[in-house]
Design a protein around this ligand. Structure first.
Ligand SMILES: *Cc1c(COP(=O)(O)O)cnc(C)c1O
Ligand code: SF4
Length: 344
């Protein structure tokens, strides 16, 4: 049974090559054109850059357009700029810092927390965040092609105590609508699942992905189970008018919108910046959910903020914002039953 009657949503039948896919094709994939666009002279970089990093550079033009020209300290640029320091070994920073690999039940399926399981349905992201906790994840080992997922569906069909499935990746919204529809149909057919959650950065970094075909799919899913969308913005400057429209459109599907951020040195490690982010999110109908302490993944040490300072920042936020605008400050500790709260 198709999730929605095809005739009512012509956008779904459009051939590949829709606007957002074309936009991905023009994304920045190397340092030189990005720096030229930002009017930055590489010779004047405040520290040594990494021209050809193992985790490649990737930035959609729309996201780059929100960066200030000529500013090495721009908080959006700092999230995606590959530094030579990424290649330094730092004690305590490892490739599987959050213990994802042992919770992998079958390839592509993480069942770490009792009531919810996470499917890594996409191998790709639209942007490469240098601090990413999955930058070292062996995506190459994930199932490819629909048949390869049968083992995961079989597990989900019999797992006890599960009522929520999280689509993650990579970014699940980089799948095209047809692929996504097939996955949603499988999830809707699982009797115990009441909530579908998507973890995606696309409403922020590629808002053109929130197009009518996708909205139709999400709307149809939201009629059958609760739909939660967890977006990812770290700084208010990431949310421009196109993002605001995308978030508004997502709300109209009936989805509950939440945001997760990572506490990042130089990007958002001060109380006013975090307060502005919370205000921008609330204005656009997304509740601040998590502020993550950086996972200690190889190559990310330069982003780390001490936990004690993180706690202090949350305390300052309490003096500035209503309770619903304060994110939960958490850290992921391998082997724990949930993300550990760092601030009460
Ligand atoms: C973070 C995470 C979840 C979701 O945790 P919530 O606390 O429910 O947001 C689920 N599975 C894995 C593997 C995770 O890392
Ligand atoms: S969008 Fe998320 S998963 Fe993708 S690189 Fe950024 S932090 Fe990592």
């Amino acid at each position: 049974m198709p999730l929605i009657p095809k005739a009512s949503y012509p956008a779904l039948q459009e051939p590949a090559g829709v606007a957002w896919q074309r936009e991905m094709q023009t994304a920045f994939r190397s340092l030189t054109p990005l720096l030229a666009y930002l009017e930055l002279d590489p010779a004047l970089a405040p520290e040594r850059l990494s021209a050809d990093p193992a985790f490649p550079l990737l930035i959609p033009r729309g996201f780059a357009s929100r960066m200030a020209k000529g500013d090495w300290r721009d908080p959006l640029l700092l999230q995606i700029l590959p530094l030579a320091r990424e290649n330094q070994e730092v004690a305590g920073f490892r490739s599987d810092a959050v213990g994802d690999l042992p919770s992998q039940i079958v390839p592509g399926l993480l069942h770490k927390y009792a009531s919810r399981a996470l499917l890594m349905v996409s191998h790709q992201c639209a942007v490469h965040c240098r601090y990413c906790f999955r930058r070292e994840f062996p995506y190459g080992d994930l199932p490819r092609g629909p048949e390869a997922w049968e083992e995961a569906w079989a597990y989900l069909g019999q797992a006890q105590g599960l009522d929520e499935i999280i689509l993650s990746g990579g970014d699940p919204l980089l799948l095209d609508n047809r692929r996504l529809e097939r996955i949603l149909e499988r999830i809707l057919a699982l009797p115990s699942i009441r909530t579908l959650r998507l973890h995606t950065r696309l409403p922020i970094v590629l808002p053109s992905r929130i197009e009518p075909g996708l909205l139709a799919l999400l709307g149809a899913a939201a009629e059958r189970m609760s739909l939660v969308m967890v977006i990812h913005a770290n700084h208010a400057a990431e949310i421009d008018a196109a993002c605001a429209r995308a978030l508004q459109a997502l709300r109209s599907t009936g989805a509950l919108l939440l945001n997760q951020s990572v506490l990042l040195a130089g990007v958002n490690d001060d109380a006013d910046t975090l307060a502005d982010l919370s205000r921008a999110l609330i204005r656009n109908g997304a509740l601040p959910y998590y502020l993550h302490q950086l996972d200690r993944v190889t190559g990310t040490a330069h982003y780390e903020v001490e936990e004690a300072r993180g706690r202090g920042l949350i305390e300052s936020l309490r003096g500035k914002l209503p309770g619903y605008a304060i994110p939960r400050y958490v850290r992921e500790i391998a082997g724990e039953a949930y993300k550990t709260p760092l601030s009460g």
